[in-house]
Structure formats: C-alpha cells, structure tokens
Write a protein that binds this ligand. Structure first.
Ligand SMILES: NC(=O)c1ccc[n+]([C@@H]2O[C@H](COP(=O)([O-])OP(=O)(O)OC[C@H]3O[C@@H](n4cnc5c(N)ncnc54)[C@H](O)[C@@H]3O)[C@@H](O)[C@H]2O)c1
Length: 457
C-alpha cells in the first residue's frame, strides 16, 4: 500500500485481527460466557439438535456458552454421540434434555414437541432436506448444515415447503462469516474493487482422514464421516461440497438479491487420489478389497458459473489429493483484485497500489474489518474455525429469538446446493451448459441484500 493510506480500522488492532483469524479452539473454560437479551426471564430460545456427531456438538458447544437458550431435546442414532452430548450439557450446568435415539426417523418425534422453537440439523447430507422439510412443516425454524440438498428435486422441496409454510430455514454456511471473507465483502460494498467481474473459490481439502477411518475402511462399521461421506465419491462425479466457497462469493455478488446464477459448465479430471491412498496405506495395499473400487469422483472438479449481472465464478472441488487446506478466494473488479486465504493474502487496487505490485493485505483487512467482527470478535474467539462458527450460530439464534427472516435463507440454500446436481449433469453430458432453476421465481429482481447488514447478526 502507498504511504499515507489510512491503515487502522476503528477499534481493532492489527494483531487482534490476525489472532482471531488464525485461532482454532480455546478451552471452553477460558472463554467469556455470553449474555444476550432474552425474550423474557423465563422465555429462552428453545432448541433441538438433530445429529450430534462432530459438527452437531461443535454447534452445541457454542450454544451452551449463551444465556438465552435452552436445549430441550437431542436426537442421534449413535449412542456414543448421545452420551458425549449429554456429558457436555451436564458439564455446562444445564438440565438433561429429552433424548430421541430409537431409529433414523426419531427426529419426527422430536419435531412434535411444543417446547422447541428451532432445530440445528447436522446429519449426513442425504438427511438434510427430509429433516429440514419436516422441521418447516412442524413449525420449527431449521438451521441446516451444508450442503442443504443433494438433488434439484430436493432444492425445490426446500423452496416449496418454505413457500407453503413460511417457516424460515437458514443454511449454516459458516465461511460467509470468516473474518477475512467479511472484510473483503466490506471492501466490495465500499467499492474498493469497482464493479465486480470475476471471482474464484473452492473447497480444496485433503479429506483422507474423514473419508477412511480407521485405516482404509469406510461405510458400515467405520467411524465419523467415513460412515457416510465416502460413498458419495464412489457414486457421484460432481462438485460434492460447493457452499464453503460459493456461499461467501454469492453474498458479495448479491445472488438471489439483485443478481442470479444463470448457467454452469463443469469439468472433471480422472480419479487417482483415493485409489492411491488405499494402495499406499499400511492397512491397505494393492490386494485390499477397497483397492478394486472404481471411484466416480474426479479428483478435481472445476465449474464455471455465469451470473445474470455478467460476472463469472470459477468453483473448484478438490478433496482427494495431498495438499494444504485452501478455499482459494479471488475477487476481481474493474479497479483491482484480491487473492486471499490462510496461505495467501494479497491485493492490488489501481491508483493505490504501486503499478504492477501486489500489496500485503493485513492492513487492508484491519481497515475494512466488518462491524460485526468489531462488535463480537472477543466472544467469537475459540468458537471454532477461527471464530466464524460463533457468528453463524449467533445469527441463527437471533433470528429464531426475534422471529425474523434469516440472513442466509432457503433460496440461498437451494441455489448454492444446486451446484452439485448441475455439475454432475454437466460432466455426464460432456461439459454441457446447465441452467440454474430460478428458485426465487423471478423475485431476485426485487429482493434486497440483507447478509450482515443488521447491526447485530
Ligand atoms: N460447516 C462446517 O464447517 C462443517 C464442518 C464439518 C461438518 N459439516 C457438515 O455437518 C454435517 C455433519 O457432519 P459431521 O462431521 O458432524 O458428521 P458425523 O458423522 O460426525 O455426524 C453425523 C451424526 O448424524 C447422526 N445421524 C445419522 N443419521 C441420523 C438420523 N437419521 N437421525 C439422527 N441422527 C443421525 C450420526 O449418528 C452422527 O452422529 C455434514 O453435512 C457435514 O458436511 C460442516
């Protein structure tokens, strides 16, 4: 950045910004507990949890830090997950919730309870839409993990049910709340890059540990996500996990709110990573039965989206090869661009940066730190994924409490999740262009941006 440019944002020091961006997880006891306005003394937000595996419990950990919630009931088919969850709730000093654990449909009984205002759904992907639809029909706000749907029919189920019931659903896309992402969104809104033309993003995460556990096993008898996630790679050649990358870009480009995804084309490489992992693993080898499997998922799936306002977005899915984690964000407008992520932070703005020179980005991130991070950054520390998980849970609880519409809604859930089936069809049809359904039924023209524009969530 040239000398003389303002570098400090209001009320936050550069080192604090970096600390809260990088931090992974503090001990619960080290965090400040959170006092938020209750509806009234005895009128807390009553929540149910459906799916209390790794992700469900990380939401619960954040929720238990608040004084304006009551966990009425939990549901999971895994007794170990139930036991761990009850332990967390008791350790936090809350009374034991009702437990639903009998079978895969026990969530339907949980949804009949009158003492639940909203549910957090953190189950395997195939359950997200049926559970969210059932929650809306039961009159409960649903906060659903990513992706929200796996087929176009499911995307429409979410939208149709919302329009029938008018019970809101929020897609819990935490990366929209990442500190650097929100600072860049702030730059976009303050016109630092001028009119936007192009963005890149993706999910580039070596998931060997999640896909095979223990050893090279997956499916029944395996542990954690290896019980269900890996099978999608066996059957589907698609961008299986688009929302961590595309969600943040969609908020910057006002998708569904003055702009829209129009078309998509996708390309996939051949598949090598999962086979190589099995063959080279000490518990695998070339004679292991899993070494004979033919994986449908290409190692790198690249999709290009055209928007109604004339931007392009390149989205990458890359989960089967050895590499450091990256969402590889790039945002480019007529005046400049930024490329940023954990491993890379650089910016060029015409008239401010030296000609042909990238600027270091830390000072820009401080200057454009989002007001919500300024307000809640201290609380967010230790909430998971560098603090962003606090914000997504906070937004969900506050919308339930206020009976408000969520900042990331059912139309976002449908449009972002639709990338999976559309990329699958494009690849299957020799990279043919696919049209996004207009899930807003034309209303994107009139809908106004809302994400992170409230002064509280
Ligand atoms: N936003 C993020 O940063 C993030 C991080 C991790 C996972 N996730 C998402 O969260 C979801 C859950 O992932 P996870 O890592 O917790 O997986 P997990 O396997 O650890 O947990 C899933 C839980 O759902 C339970 N379950 C399965 N079917 C059920 C049913 N019919 N009724 C009730 N419970 C059921 C399982 O027993 C398990 O405990 C996935 O969609 C994943 O993509 C998001």
């Amino acid at each position: 950045m040239k000398k003389g440019c303002k570098t400090q944002g209001p009320g936050i020091q550069r080192r604090d910004f970096i600390k809260t961006t990088a931090i992974g997880g503090l001990a619960l006891s080290a965090m400040p507990s959170l006092a938020f306005g209750q509806k009234s003394v005895n009128d807390k937000v009553q929540l149910g949890f459906i799916g209390v595996g790794g992700r469900g419990r990380s939401h619960l950990r954040n929720i238990l830090r608040r004084d304006d919630i009551h966990v009425s009931a939990i549901c999971d088919i895994d007794p170990v997950a139930i036991e761990k969850t009850l332990g967390m709730i008791s350790e936090a000093g809350y009374e034991k919730p009702a437990v639903y654990t009998e079978n895969e449909y026990s969530y339907q009984d949980l949804l009949l309870r009158e003492d639940i205002d909203g549910v957090i759904i953190a189950t395997p992907w195939l359950w997200h839409t049926p559970m969210t639809v059932a929650a809306m029909k039961a009159g409960k706000y649903a906060g659903v993990e990513v992706s929200a749907a796996t087929t176009l029919a499911e995307c429409w189920d979410l939208v149709d049910t919302y329009e029938e019931t008018r019970v809101p659903t929020m897609i819990l896309e935490n990366v929209c709340y990442r500190r650097d992402v929100m600072a860049v969104m702030n730059m976009v809104r303050q016109d630092v890059f001028g009119e936007l033309l192009h963005a890149r993003c993706g999910y580039r995460h070596n998931l060997y540990g999640a896909k095979f556990n223990p050893g090279v096993s997956f499916g029944e008898g395996a542990s954690g996500e290896a019980r269900w996630r890996t099978q999608h790679s066996l059957y589907r050649n698609a961008d299986l996990y688009p929302t961590h990358g595309v969600g943040p870009i969609a908020t910057m480009l006002n998708i569904n709110r003055g702009n829209n995804f129009l078309t998509l084309t996708s390309h996939a490489t051949k598949s090598r990573g999962l086979h190589n992992y099995i063959v080279n693993h000490p518990e695998g080898g070339p004679d292991h039965p899993n070494a004979k499997l033919k994986w449908a998922l290409g190692d790198i799936v690249t999709s290009t989206i055209n928007t109604a306002n004339g931007e392009t977005i390149i989205v990458t899915h890359d989960t089967n090869l050895p590499k450091p984690y990256s969402l590889d964000f790039q945002v480019q407008g007529v005046k400049g661009l930024t490329e940023f992520d954990g491993h890379k932070k650089r910016i060029y703005v015409e008239g401010i940066s030296e000609h042909h020179q990238w600027d270091e980005m830390d000072e820009w991130l401080v200057k454009y730190d989002h007001p919500l991070w300024n307000k809640y950054g201290e609380y967010a520390e230790g909430s998971g994924h560098g603090g962003m998980d606090f914000f997504v849970d906070h937004a969900f609880v506050e919308t339930v409490k206020r009976k408000a519409l969520p900042p990331l809604d059912v139309y976002d859930a449908a449009a972002w999740s639709a990338i999976t089936p559309l990329s699958e069809r494009s690849i299957a049809e020799g990279n043919a262009p696919q049209y996004f359904p207009d899930f807003t039924r034309g209303w994107w023209i009139k809908r106004k941006p809302v994400f992170a524009l409230s002064d509280d969530y």
